[in-house]
Design a protein around this ligand. Structure first.
Ligand code: GDP
Ligand code: MG
Length: 179
C-alpha cells in the first residue's frame, strides 16, 4: 500500500503490466524523458526507473517504476514486481483485442491477491492510431475497469496525450487516498 513515511515524501512503487508491444516502455519513456522512440528495444526481464512527480498541491510523489517485459515466458517473474506494489498500471493497446484479453488476465491475477491489492489502473494506449484500427471500445474497457474497482484512462505515448494525466492520477490517489 501507500507508504507515506513521516516527514518524507510519499513513495509509489508502480508496476507496469501488459502484453509485449502495448507501449509500457514508451509510456515510461514519455513520462520520464519526454520523448518517443519508435525503434525502442524490447524490455528484457524488467527495467527500473525512479521518477519524482510534483502535484499542483505541492506534494512530490517519488515513483519507483518497474517496467516489466510482458512476454509470457517471463510471466512467473511477475509476482516479484506486483507484490508489495503501491499501484499497478495494466496496459493494453486499443488496436489489439489480444492485448485486451491479456489485460483481463492480469486483472484477474491481481484480484486473486485482493487483500494486498495495489491501486489498479487500466490503461488503453495508442489512441493516436486511426479510428478504423480501434479494436477495443472505450465502453468495453471502462466496463472491465468498473467491475474490478479500477481507474481507466486512455493514452498515447506517441503524441504524449494523457500520459502526464496517468501519472498524476496515480500520484493523487497515493498522496491523498479517497476515503
Ligand atoms: P512494451 O513491450 O509494452 O514495452 O511496448 P514498447 O514501449 O516497446 O512499444 C511497442 C511498439 O509500440 C513500439 O514500436 C512503439 O513505438 C509502439 N508504440 C508505443 N506506444 C505507442 C503509441 O502510443 N502509439 C503508437 N502508434 N505506437 C506506440
Ligand atoms: Mg517494454
Amino acid at each position: 500500500g501507500a507508504t507515506a513515511v513521516a516527514g518524507g515524501p510519499p513513495r509509489c512503487k508502480l508496476v507496469l503490466l501488459g502484453d509485449s508491444g502495448v507501449g509500457k516502455s514508451a509510456l515510461v519513456q514519455r513520462q520520464c524523458r519526454g520523448t518517443f522512440n519508435p525503434d525502442m528495444t524490447v524490455t528484457v526481464g524488467a527495467a527500473f526507473l525512479a521518477h519524482t512527480l510534483s502535484l499542483p498541491s505541492g506534494v512530490a510523489v517519488k515513483f519507483e517504476i518497474w517496467d516489466t517485459a510482458g512476454q509470457e515466458r517471463y510471466e512467473s517473474l511477475a509476482p516479484l514486481y506486483y507484490r508489495g506494489a503501491t499501484a499497478a498500471a495494466i496496459v493494453f493497446d486499443v488496436s489489439s483485442e489480444k492485448s485486451f484479453a491479456r489485460a483481463q488476465h492480469w486483472v484477474a491475477e491481481l484480484q486473486r491477491h485482493a487483500s494486498q491489492r495495489p491501486l489498479m489502473v487500466l490503461v488503453g494506449n495508442k489512441t493516436d492510431l486511426p479510428a478504423e484500427e480501434r479494436a477495443v471500445t472505450r465502453e468495453a474497457a471502462a466496463e472491465l475497469a468498473d467491475s474490478n474497482d479500477m481507474l481507466y484512462i486512455e493514452t498515447s505515448a506517441k503524441t504524449g496525450s494523457n500520459v502526464a494525466a496517468l501519472f498524476e492520477l496515480i500520484a493523487e490517489h497515493i498522496a491523498a487516498p479517497p476515503p
